[in-house]
Write a protein that binds this ligand. Structure first.
Ligand code: AMP
Ligand code: ZN
Length: 139
C-alpha cells in the first residue's frame, strides 16, 4: 500500500471504482477515462510501480486475470479485438505509478492504431547491433 496511490485507494475502497473482477491478489475495474467502451484496468492489489517488481506468483496471477478477462471484456461490448498493454515507466507514458494492464477493446474501423504506434522513430539496427541487444537481454 502506498499512501498517495490512487489505485491503492481503490483497492482499499477509499475511492469508488466499477469493479469487474476480484481475487485475493488482483482487481479489475473500468478505466475512468476510457479510450473505448469497456476499457478495463487489471492491477495487482499490492502496490508495485513496475511490472518487473512483481513476484513470480503475483505476475502469474495478474496475467491469468488478463487472459481470463480479455475475451469477457470483448464480448461484453461486442468488440472485434483488443489491445492489451502496460505503460511501464514515465518514458512509456505511465501516469499512475501502480502496475496496471490496459485491456482496450477495439472495433473494426474505430480509427485507432496498433501497439506498433507507441514507439518513437524506428531505429535502423545492423545485424551486429541486433545480436548485441539479444545477447544483453539473454544474459
Ligand atoms: P497510465 O497512463 O498507463 O498510467 O494510465 C492510467 C490510467 O488510469 C488512465 O487510463 C486513467 O484514465 C486511469 N485512471 C486514473 N484514475 C482512475 C480512477 N480513479 N479510476 C479508474 N481509472 C483511473
Ligand atoms: Zn498503489
Amino acid at each position: 500500500m502506498s499512501d498517495d496511490c490512487v489505485f491503492c485507494s481503490i483497492v482499499d475502497g477509499d475511492i469508488p471504482a466499477r469493479t469487474v473482477h476480484e481475487t485475493d491478489d488482483v482487481l479489475a475495474f473500468l478505466d475512468a477515462n476510457p479510450l473505448a467502451r469497456g476499457h478495463t484496468l487489471v492491477i495487482p492489489k499490492a502496490h508495485a510501480r513496475h511490472v518487473g517488481d512483481l513476484e513470480d506468483d503475483l505476475a502469474s496471477a495478474l496475467f491469468a486475470a488478463v487472459a481470463e478477462l480479455t475475451p469477457r471484456v470483448q464480448s461484453a461490448v461486442d468488440a472485434d479485438g483488443a489491445n492489451v498493454g502496460i505503460n511501464d515507466g514515465e518514458a512509456a507514458g505511465q501516469e499512475v505509478p501502480h502496475v496496471h494492464v490496459h485491456v482496450i477493446p477495439r472495433f473494426d474501423g474505430d480509427g485507432g492504431a496498433p501497439l506498433h504506434a507507441v514507439g518513437g522513430e524506428r531505429p535502423d539496427l545492423s545485424d551486429d547491433e541486433l545480436d548485441a541487444v539479444a545477447d544483453a537481454i539473454a544474459e
